[in-house]
Design a binder for this molecule. Structure first.
Ligand SMILES: [Mg+2]
Length: 257
């Protein structure tokens, strides 16, 4: 992994590209990581850049997040000119949804039972994904958390749910195969991405690794935060630097080149 601003190669790629596909994650990428998931908000300066970029015909912006799509749109606050995917790209209709929703009712009962002893565990209900944020647990609560995880692992072993791990968050997801990588591939295909087009993916978490892997060698894969075994080629030190990248994009890529 290389620090993005230690090189200028990426800038020439942007200038040379005919069209740019910009894939962005939300939490930890456009919004700094916060104590409580409900507090997350896009940095105002980032929003200004995004708004300008969303008007460019030669730039396609796609935001993919694990959040509910409506929640995501509300937090970004720009409705037009951006393509949004919530639930890590899971489709609203998927096979086995009814069965999964029944399992989710049982899971919620299990979670409720353990949350009595684990009051700092934050539950985020995203309709078909249930996220448990364990960032704020104290040492006594951690024991209960381990027990709860064991119970959830049994559901996962039976194949009725899938567990997804992120930054201090455990997600209970449908067992179907889906993810950010699939979204990226499908979108690039539907927009007939050509050889002269450049794709950029910026993300910070495990789910974004699939997105990095879905791009070509010559595309730009950028992780917010250094991680030894990441599939991304470059890294940024913070969300503030994402702003710098978007600013450069705006300057380097005018409406006409
Ligand atoms: Mg993230």
């Amino acid at each position: 992994m290389q620090y993005l601003f230690s090189t200028r190669q990426w800038e020439s790629k942007i200038v040379a590209a005919r069209r740019i596909f910009l894939f962005l994650d939300f939490d930890g990428t456009l919004s700094p990581i916060v104590k409580h998931p409900y507090q997350a908000h896009i940095l105002p300066s980032l929003k200004t850049y995004l708004r300008s970029l969303s008007c460019r015909k030669n730039i396609v912006i796609v935001i993919i997040s694990g959040r509910h799509r409506e929640d995501l749109i509300r937090r970004v606050g720009i409705r037009r000119g951006i393509i949004y995917f919530g639930w890590h790209g899971l489709k609203v209709r998927f096979r086995g949804k009814k069965r999964f929703l029944n399992t989710l009712v049982q899971i919620k009962a299990v979670v409720k039972k353990w949350r009595r002893h684990c009051s700092h565990l934050v539950k985020e209900d995203k309709e078909i994904i249930l996220a448990l944020h364990y960032r704020n647990l104290n040492s006594q609560e951690k024991e209960c958390w381990q027990k709860l995880k064991k119970e959830l692992a049994r559901f996962a072993a039976a194949g009725s749910i899938q567990l997804g791990f992120g930054k201090k968050v455990l997600e209970i997801r449908p067992p179907q195969k889906f993810g950010k990588g699939e979204v990226v591939k499908e979108l690039l295909k539907s927009k007939c991405r050509g050889r002269e087009d450049l794709a950029i993916y910026i993300g910070d978490d495990l789910t974004d690794e699939e997105g990095f892997c879905a791009l070509r060698e010559k595309d730009l894969t950028i992780r917010v935060g250094y991680k030894k075994n990441s599939a991304a080629r470059y890294f940024l030190r913070s969300t503030l630097e994402v702003e710098k990248v978007l600013g450069s994009l705006l300057n380097l890529k005018s409406e006409y080149n």
